[in-house]
Each structure stands twice: as structure tokens, then as C-alpha cells.
Design a protein around this ligand. Structure first.
Ligand code: AMP
Length: 387
């Protein structure tokens, strides 16, 4: 075939044989979130670049290497959203939702864009289901959000996921920890990748997130943030763990989870699968108590999560979890002769008013070919109209 061009690298076409599965999953996620009190929010695909630079962090991979940033015709720097939380915070503040009764709970489904090296489970355009809770610093909010995600994976029938949690403390804890971590990393500086050398002085914790195997080897024995938490952050983490245990949610403490974006504080978590290859994080999130103030000047604690829809689809397929396929056609109305075909179209339209999936010939086939087609689309019933 002589196509002008193929789809862009790292993007996907979702065909009808798969799209019904996606719709099912997305609807289930929204339905569950609704029972936890989440309303839906939608934000634009692109934002002014400065929104992401500072909040996501200018030493992160996302900002340094992965953002789709361009000048529009008005010479403004525009970025396709690489993640969902920051745009939702902006929209929440810009529309005055922060004045509503707290907590504010917002859920969303959005496409995100990162210029990464595509592989299984990693795309340049991907979709995130996200949920954010604004206005509570209580550990109960952390526990409720984590429990909701646990509930979502359970109700999708996905098995064998590990929930890993950590606390990366508040700016006070980080200050103390950074000194120790910098001291450790300085002694290994000669072997770190150039990016990590650059990160060392400003955000040394980013080095723990580096994908280079050499850096990962170096940081294996690095000091961990959990040993540097202040009393408040430590108590908060204990309470989150206690809530999760009470709710019978199994978790593993992984002191190396730092998350890829800079705005996180205190609790961070990831749901990991070992069944879908190297990109095993099905979802992750954490608390970001300083972000709302950074974006809009309003002091408001918050916590959120993002789930990768494509990775959820991969694991559903891997675990062969059946999703009910919608009936292709309930009634096929075949017509013999012009008048009958006119009647068939009219009847099909009436049936659709009653939410019945009804099809008739719109290609100009003869009766025999129409019946063959009805067979192909697996019509449950056929009606033949004719003299
Ligand atoms: P993050 O906040 O970067 O951890 O992203 C949240 C979730 O989105 C991850 O746990 C993945 O499931 C998914 N995700 C992130 N990046 C990609 C990508 N490039 N392609 C597909 N899914 C992704």
C-alpha cells in the first residue's frame, strides 16, 4: 500500500477488537473512583512550558530529555503534557476549586507525551488514569488513595502485583539526607554518568533514579532516606503503614523508590508487575505537599496517583483475563428490492432509538450478499423484507 506515511514512533492505533476492552477498563476505573468521591476533570493536551519546568523539576529526565516542547505561532513555548498532576493542580487553582469543601477529589483520563525510547509498555504517547486528593495531610488520605488503587487492580482481576512504598520525607528531612548522600556520591563521582554528576549538587536523590546500570550499581549501598526522616514524617509513614495493614493491603518497603518527578514529599508508592517486561510499574504516585503552593501560592497538601492504561491492557492480556465483548449486531435487516431496502433503513433507525444494535445494507448488495454479510458480522437475528 502507498501510505503517505506511517504512524509516528512510540504511538499506537487502538482498533475496535481492542478498544472495547479499553473502554471497559476506563469505565470501571471511573466508576470505582466515583464511589470514593472523585469527580472527573479534563484539561488541555498542551500547557505553557513553564508549568512543567519548575514543578516536575529541571534535573528530571522528563524535563531534561523527554518533553515535547515547541514554539507556537505566537512565539509562546508550549509543551504537550508529560504527566497529569501538574495540569490538574493548575486547573484546580485557576477555576477556584480550592475554595470548595475539603478534600477535593479529582480523577481523569489523559494522554501524556514523553520522548522516550519506545519498548513494550513504554510509548511516546500513552494514557494515564489519575486521581488526586487535595486538602488533607492526614495519613488516612494516603491510605485511602492506595487502597482505591489496590481495589481497582483487584476488581480488574489482576493478580500478583507488588505494592512498594517509601517515604521521602519533607524538605527538612531531605536537607539532612542530601548532605549524607552527596558525601557518599562525591566519593564515587568519577564513575557516575554526566547527568548524575550534574544532579549531584542540586538533587542528589535523582541519582537513585538513574537508569544507567553503572549508576544503579554505585547507589546500591547509598544511605537511604528512611534513616533521615524527622519525627513528623516518620510518624506519618508509620500511620500510613498501620492503616494499610488494618485494611489487609500487603506492601513491601522499598527505600529506593524516589519517583521520577521532583515534587513528591513523604509517602511514595508503586504497583509493580514482573510479568510485562522491564516496564513493570503499572501505576505510581505519592504525596506532594509543596506543589500547589509552588504553582499557585495556596498552601494545600495533596496526594495523587497515575496508572498506565497501556500497561494495564498488557497485563490483562498476559493473565488472559476475559472482558465481555459487546454483541456485534443484534438484528440485521435485509431488503430485497428498492422499497424493501428503504424500509430496512427506516426500521434499523427505529430499532437504534431503542438502543438495539441494528444494521442494514448501505453498500448496495443483493439479498444473498446481504445474508452473507449478516453472517460475517455475527448478527444474532436477521429480518428479511421483500415481496
Ligand atoms: P509516572 O508518574 O511517570 O510514574 O507514570 C505513572 C504511570 O504511567 C506509570 O506507572 C506507568 O504505568 C505509566 N507510564 C509512564 N510512562 C509511560 C510511558 N512512556 N509509556 C507507557 N506508560 C507509561
Amino acid at each position: 500500500m502507498n501510505l503517505i506515511t506511517n504512524r509516528a514512533k512510540g504511538t499506537q492505533d487502538v482498533l475496535p477488537k481492542d478498544s472495547f476492552k479499553r473502554s471497559f477498563v476506563e469505565k470501571l476505573l471511573f466508576d470505582i473512583a466515583k464511589t470514593y468521591g472523585f469527580g472527573q476533570i479534563r484539561t488541555p493536551v498542551f500547557e505553557h512550558t513553564e508549568l512543567f519546568n519548575k514543578s516536575v523539576g529541571d534535573t528530571t529526565d522528563v524535563v531534561q530529555k523527554e518533553m515535547y516542547t515547541f514554539k507556537d505561532k505566537g512565539d509562546r513555548s508550549i509543551t504537550l503534557r508529560p504527566e497529569g498532576t501538574t495540569p490538574v493542580v493548575r486547573a484546580m487553582l485557576e477555576n477556584g476549586l480550592h475554595n470548595n469543601a475539603l478534600p477535593i477529589k479529582l480523577s481523569y483520563l489523559m494522554s501524556c507525551y514523553r520522548y522516550e525510547n519506545p519498548q513494550a509498555g513504554r510509548y511516546r504517547e500513552f494514557n494515564q488514569f489519575g486521581a488526586e486528593i487535595f486538602g488533607s495531610e492526614d495519613p488516612a488520605a494516603d491510605a485511602e488513595l492506595i487502597f482505591m488503587v489496590h481495589d481497582m487492580f483487584n476488581r480488574l482481576g489482576i493478580k500478583g502485583l507488588t505494592l512498594e512504598i517509601n517515604s521521602i520525607g519533607c524538605p527538612k528531612c531531605k536537607e539532612k539526607y542530601y548532605l549524607k548522600l552527596q558525601e557518599y556520591l562525591e566519593s564515587k563521582k568519577a564513575d557516575l554518568c554526566p547527568n548524575c554528576v550534574d544532579r549531584l549538587s542540586r538533587t542528589p536523590m535523582r541519582v537513585l533514579d538513574c537508569k544507567s546500570p553503572i549508576c544503579a550499581g554505585i547507589t546500591k549501598d547509598a544511605p537511604v532516606i528512611l534513616d533521615f526522616l524527622c519525627k513528623e514524617c516518620s510518624d506519618h509513614f508509620e500511620q500510613v503503614k498501620s492503616y494499610l495493614s488494618q485494611m489487609q493491603v500487603l506492601f513491601k518497603i522499598n527505600p529506593r523508590i524516589v519517583r521520577g518527578l521532583d515534587y513528591y514529599t513523604k509517602t511514595v508508592f508503586e504497583f509493580i508487575s514482573t510479568e510485562i517486561g522491564a516496564q513493570g510499574a503499572l501505576g505510581g504516585g505519592g504525596r506532594y505537599d509543596g506543589l500547589v503552593k509552588m504553582i499557585g501560592g495556596v498552601d494545600m497538601p495533596a496526594i495523587g496517583v497515575g496508572l498506565g492504561v497501556e500497561r494495564i491492557m498488557l497485563i490483562l492480556e498476559k493473565q488472559q483475563i476475559p472482558l465481555l465483548e459487546p454483541e456485534k449486531c443484534t438484528i440485521y435487516i435485509a431488503g430485497l428490492g428498492y422499497e424493501a431496502r428503504e424500509m430496512a433503513l427506516k426500521l434499523a433507525c427505529i430499532a437504534r432509538q431503542y438502543s438495539i444494535n441494528a444494521q442494514c445494507d448501505i453498500v448496495g448488495r443483493g439479498l444473498k450478499a446481504q445474508m452473507k454479510f449478516a453472517d460475517k458480522i455475527e448478527a444474532a437475528f436477521s429480518i428479511v423484507i421483500g415481496e
